[in-house]
Ligand binder design. Structure first.
Ligand SMILES: O=C(O)c1ccccc1NCC(=O)[C@H](O)[C@H](O)COP(=O)(O)O
Length: 260
């Protein structure tokens, strides 16, 4: 089993347990359920910098990155830095995140929030909405075409943006469909952890114009962004590069300042 298989196996158990404990009706009763969502796709198309800054405590590839800071201070720092949106990892077992992190980020800032999760069931999309997300991530490597279609429809009914993540041509072909707002190319192979910006560069020409292009993972310098912009990318998801510092907000501020 590769790491992605392990994450999905754990996620199936987790979702089944949660469904048995917290009914959908309870999630739908959340005061956040009917709030107006903010479109990340729109923010990215209007931005010249396009940074989506991530809250990431640890990861399977890097182990501990930063366990010390509160989500509140990281979120405030990212907002002040001028990030277009914030990605909040909510997986507990492999990333040390939680839905409470999402809730805290929502209470702290007014920018689009991405629930960064391994979504395999519409229940998790309803959870995302109830905890204040504006965007959900769908990972093509763990979903078939029909699942992508159904999960996208659920997200759209809840007025959430959809960021569809691919890593190769085959995943891209099965993912191109109405309702997807942003196509994210993950530079990290989630099965081997190998990272290469060439993945974003080579897939860019295959992504139809109507999708906002986002490059994800392994981005650590301005030069990389400038290059990716030449390939049509409008969004850049950055986690470790900010989170590994003592002050992710400050680090994002310096980064974004140099992009302007
Ligand atoms: O980051 C990992 O090790 C990882 C392993 C397995 C599945 C997903 C993983 N990461 C999720 C992400 O896609 C990244 O957190 C995100 O793109 C930011 O990447 P980075 O800037 O390299 O921290």
């Amino acid at each position: 089993m590769n790491i992605l298989d392990k994450i999905v196996a754990a996620k199936q158990k987790e979702v089944a347990l949660k469904k048995s404990l917290i009914p959908v009706s309870q999630l739908e009763a959340s005061v956040l359920f009917t709030r107006d969502t903010i479109s990340l796709a729109r923010k990215l198309t209007q931005s010249t910098t396009g940074i989506i800054a991530e809250h990431k405590r640890r990861s399977p590839s890097k182990s501990v990155i930063n366990q010390k800071l509160s989500v509140h201070e990281v979120a405030l720092g990212y907002e002040k830095a001028g990030a277009c949106g914030m990605s909040v990892l909510t997986d507990g077992k492999y990333f040390g995140g939680s839905l409470d992190d999402l809730l805290l980020a929502r209470a702290s800032v007014n920018m689009p929030l991405l629930r960064k999760e391994f979504i395999i069931d519409e229940y998790q999309i309803i959870e995302a909405r109830a905890y204040g997300a504006d965007v959900i991530l769908l990972i093509a490597a763990i979903l078939n075409k029909n699942q992508i279609k159904e999960l996208t429809q659920t997200a759209k009914k809840l007025r959430l943006d959809v960021l569809l993540e691919v890593h190769n041509e085959e995943e891209l072909h099965k993912s191109i469909m109405p309702g997807i707002d942003m196509l994210g190319v993950n530079n990290r192979n989630l099965k081997t952890f190998e990272v290469s910006l060439e993945t974003s560069k080579s897939l860019s020409k295959l992504i139809p114009e109507e999708f906002v292009k986002v490059s994800e993972s392994g981005i650590s310098n301005i030069e990389a962004i400038k290059q990716l912009q030449q390939y049509g990318y409008k969004g850049f998801l950055i986690g470790e590069n900010f989170m590994k510092t003592g002050n992710p907000g400050e680090s994002a501020t310096e980064f974004i300042k140099r992009l302007r």
